[in-house]
Design a protein around this ligand. Structure first.
Ligand SMILES: Cc1cc2nc3c(=O)[nH]c(=O)nc-3n(C[C@H](O)[C@H](O)[C@H](O)COP(=O)(O)O)c2cc1C
Length: 199
């Protein structure tokens, strides 16, 4: 049951992964909404104020260039016995099915007191802020993380340094006609907590 007392509860529980195949590539995301998403991402918590999140935005014809790069990396990096043509096709197709794709990146700071994992966690917080903002607007989004992203080839494509990481692609778009907002479920939280001292 969703509590109506806290508006944020409704947004958190309605947030859903909407895959590019369910998006309408021709329905544009207004720039004010994209900016709101990005600004909210920018308000994520960050240890030491390193603000490590970086986003490279692909729209229009640049999405095709992204798809071609993903296919090139997949075909170069996948051992022959693991290569799957359906994966290869999807990597090329997904970017052109969504009107906007963001490369989710972590720019490693130079403060030695901040471990890399905390920089990655801060980026994940930023993505969640954006995903929740998208859900509040009825906009679909999908965090995709094929292993080919965290590679030198992708770093070079995105102009990242060796110590930076590409942690995913964030596809954004409106549901196409005939598609319904997906449903999901979770196992009970009671199975995931324990009070210290209880057996
Ligand atoms: C860090 C991260 C990486 C993810 N990578 C993928 C992915 O590569 N492929 C995929 O199908 N879903 C991926 N997902 C999305 C999950 O599949 C999705 O969150 C899960 O199915 C729950 O659905 P929901 O987001 O609608 O609650 C990723 C989610 C996170 C947080």
């Amino acid at each position: 049951m969703i509590s109506k007392n806290f508006p944020i509860t409704e947004i958190i529980r309605c947030r859903r992964t909407v895959k590019p195949a369910m998006m309408d590539p021709n329905l544009e995301v207004p720039s004010e909404l994209l900016n709101e998403l990005l600004e909210n991402g920018n308000w994520a918590p960050t240890h030491g104020f390193t603000e490590p999140w970086r986003f490279t935005i692909f729209s229009g014809d640049h999405r095709k260039i992204l798809g071609e790069k993903l296919q090139e990396l997949y075909s170069n990096l996948t051992p022959e016995d693991q290569f799957r043509q359906d994966k290869m096709d999807k990597l090329g197709r997904n970017p052109i099915l969504a009107p906007i794709v963001l490369a989710i990146c972590m720019k490693r700071g130079d403060n030695p007191k901040i471990p890399e994992i905390e920089e990655i966690e801060a980026v994940a917080c930023a993505v969640q802020n954006m995903h929740l903002t998208a859900a509040a607007a009825g906009l679909g989004a999908f965090w995709s993380s094929p292993p080919i992203l965290d590679t030198d080839g992708m770093r070079e494509f995105l102009n990242l340094r060796d110590s930076d990481r590409c942690l995913g692609l964030f596809y954004i778009g409106w549901l196409k006609e005939g598609e319904n907002w997906p449903k999901s479920s979770r196992g009970p939280i009671s199975n995931k907590i324990k009070w210290f001292g209880e057996s």
